[in-house]
Design a protein around this ligand. Structure first.
Ligand SMILES: *[C@@H]1O[C@H](CO)[C@@H](O)[C@H](O)[C@H]1NC(C)=O
Ligand SMILES: *[C@@H]1O[C@H](CO)[C@@H](O)[C@H](O)[C@H]1NC(C)=O
Length: 177
């Protein structure tokens, strides 16, 4: 009985240490409810993707780039991708349909809010960019720059579901690292 209690304590201690370790690796998480922004995108996804004529290329290159990002690089890549959308994609895209524009604006506002939430973390120098993260960001910018700017912007908007899913998955406190 005593031995059992000791081993249970050991298991608890190991679990505790693992969770501390995981939290340490996953600093700078922005935990927020993404349902609203995901829904906003779902409502305009078809219309946006229908305007994307270069189905044979990708900007975020799902499997190769984003899925390989390590927990240590999540903060940096999040910061870089938010900046990519805020400073480039949303600015390069001209939307004439007021309904779509409204949805895009709410997504852009969410990104600005997320940028703001990450700021204290950057100021405390906890959002370090390692070479892997810088490379992944460069690949995305290179993909973008290879297309004509309007096509690149619409394609990047069409890939917002990839980004939103990645953000959602990587900014959950209890997500598997
Ligand atoms: C993708 O398709 C477009 C038009 O169909 C073509 O001009 C372009 O060269 C293709 N790009 C690649 C990388 O295959
Ligand atoms: C980053 O990209 C450079 C240039 O392509 C490459 O030489 C380097 O090995 C890459 N680093 C990592 C960590 O992937």
């Amino acid at each position: 009985m005593k031995a059992q209690r000791v081993s249970l304590l050991l298991v608890a201690a190991v679990l505790f240490l693992c969770s501390v370790h995981a939290r340490g690796l996953r600093r700078c998480l922005v935990s927020m409810d993404m349902r609203h922004v995901v829904e906003s995108f779902q409502e305009i996804k078809k219309a946006i993707q229908a305007k994307d004529t270069f189905q044979n290329v990708t900007i975020l290159s799902t499997s190769e780039t984003l899925h390989r990002i390590k927990p240590l690089d999540v903060c940096c890549v999040t910061k870089n991708l938010l900046a990519f959308y805020v400073d480039k994609v949303f600015k390069d895209h001209q939307e004439l349909n007021p309904q779509i524009l409204r949805k895009l604006s709410s997504i852009a506002n969410f990104f600005l809010y997320m940028q703001k939430a990450l700021q204290p973390c950057q100021e405390q120098r906890q959002c370090h960019c390692r070479e892997e993260a810088t490379n992944a960001t460069r690949i995305i910018h290179d993909n973008y720059d290879q297309l004509e700017v309007r096509s690149a912007a619409i394609k990047s908007l069409g890939e917002l579901d990839v980004l939103l899913a990645w953000l959602d998955k990587n900014h959950q406190e209890n997500s598997a690292a």
